[in-house]
Write a protein that binds this ligand. Structure first.
Ligand code: MN
Length: 416
């Protein structure tokens, strides 16, 4: 699929993250005004809440973009998602007759303050990257027992906290908790010394299921509305002490950052790709009839407070995952667990096969054994106060890119 041309010239640059091919969904405010739904196009933001009020955007079932978030639109279902996307593409296409009518609803994107784009109703995080699970398992249990016996059969997850999912740009305070160094007999209270990021994608569920209902993996894929970048901030020392036998709890509950633009599944269609080869065939409920991963290039930049430039500490790709979000969602509903509109599923840390492609500091520094040197000359094993962590992602097509924007957060000192 080639670049689709728009009458907004900056949307036709091969470098813009927001060409007509993308049309992601965000929620912003301008000059501290009221929140509104917006769609970035080139270097502009289209105020679709105002567009709907003006009657230039009419959705079946009445207005859906007046509440300041995208949950209501999601709840209308895939036919409505497609109709909205088609109408936006029509209004912004090169030959659109409405361009003068649209001009009052376009503002510079740089003037928009991004807000959380949807109400996160529930949040679940997975452990579905094979390189990540192998690295972590090797560090903690040795190379022979790196992958737990269930790992190649089941997408492992835990129920996280929706209440502390925040939008890119929100500071993250270093958490305190129970810490028990290996040689200590009892734990003490203190600030985490092993604060980490996790490079992930988040899938946003656009439909609901009833308690007792089970989704096939193909039905699950159809229920995904779109994707964001996700940083599952993690306190490794708190995690190491608390995680047995029920998994992470406070180590990951203090904050999760997402990028501000929901990239619709429709924009990612040209980039679909298969999951990797299987060691064991998956049970039928996890099998899909079409590819459900995407070729999305990802990177992590780390910039200490006051440093002039950032250092890219990881480059990897979403296609490295062993389980897709569709498979995770099928598994999530397999017991009859009800899913909600606005459910967020974290992919799990996305690491590639080598050191340069590892998606967390735990892996990059191999548990602190091999610190990395930043462009400033400083070294890092884990995150320091003041560090700015920025995740970036884009799917690169022929002469265009579908960008996710940034998922940024700065580490603030602990409050003891
Ligand atoms: Mn995670």
């Amino acid at each position: 699929m080639p670049l689709r041309l728009s009458w907004i010239e900056t949307a036709n640059s091969p470098e813009t993250p927001f060409p007509l091919n993308n049309l992601p969904y965000g929620r912003v405010s301008f000059a501290n005004g009221s929140p509104r739904c917006a769609v970035p196009i080139g270097d502009l933001a289209l105020d679709v809440s105002a567009l709907e009020r003006a009657g230039l955007l009419v959705l079946d079932g009445g207005p859906a973009l007046q509440t300041g978030g995208w949950n209501e639109l999601m709840a209308r279902g895939p036919a409505c998602w497609a109709a909205l996307r088609a109408r936006l593409a029509e209004l912004l296409a090169e030959d659109a007759p409405e361009r003068e009518q649209l001009t009052p609803f376009l503002r510079p994107l740089a003037e928009a303050t991004p807000l959380l784009p949807f109400e996160v109703t529930e949040y679940t995080d997975f452990y579905a990257g094979r390189h990540h699970a192998t690295n972590v398992g090797t560090m903690f249990r040795g190379a022979d027992n790196a992958l737990p016996p269930n790992w190649l059969h089941i997408p492992i997850g835990y129920n996280g906290r929706a209440s502390t999912v925040v939008v890119s740009g929100t500071d993250i305070r270093r958490p305190c908790g129970q810490l028990k160094p290996k040689d200590a007999e009892i734990p003490h209270w203190g600030a985490s010394q092993r604060l980490d990021f996790e490079l992930e994608m988040g899938a946003i569920i656009g439909g609901a299921t009833q308690m007792g209902e089970r989704l096939t993996a193909d039905e699950a894929d159809a229920l995904i509305f779109g994707y964001v970048l996700l940083n599952d901030w993690s306190a490794r020392d708190i995690q190491a002490w608390e995680y047995q036998p029920l998994g992470p709890f406070q180590a990951k509950a203090f904050g999760t950052s997402i990028s501000p633009w929901i990239v619709p599944k429709a924009a990612l269609e040209p980039f679909r790709t298969d999951t990797p080869p299987r060691d064991h065939a998956l049970l039928p409920y996890l099998q899909t009839n079409s590819p459900t991963l995407y070729d999305i290039q990802l990177q992590v930049d780390l910039q200490p407070d006051g440093a002039e430039r950032a250092t890219t500490v990881s480059r990897t790709n979403y296609r490295e995952m062993y389980y897709s979000s569709a498979q995770q969602l099928a598994h999530h509903s397999s017991s009859g667990c009800a899913m909600r509109v606005g459910d967020l599923l974290g992919s799990g840390t996305i690491s590639g096969p080598n050191r340069e492609s590892r998606g967390s500091m735990l892996e990059i520094s191999w548990g602190g054994r091999d610190p990395i040197t930043l462009a400033t000359g400083e070294t890092r094993s884990f995150l320091e106060d003041g560090d700015l962590v920025v995740l970036r992602g884009e799917a690169v097509g022929d002469g265009f890119r579908v960008g996710f924007g940034e998922c940024a957060g700065r580490v603030r000192p602990a409050q003891m």
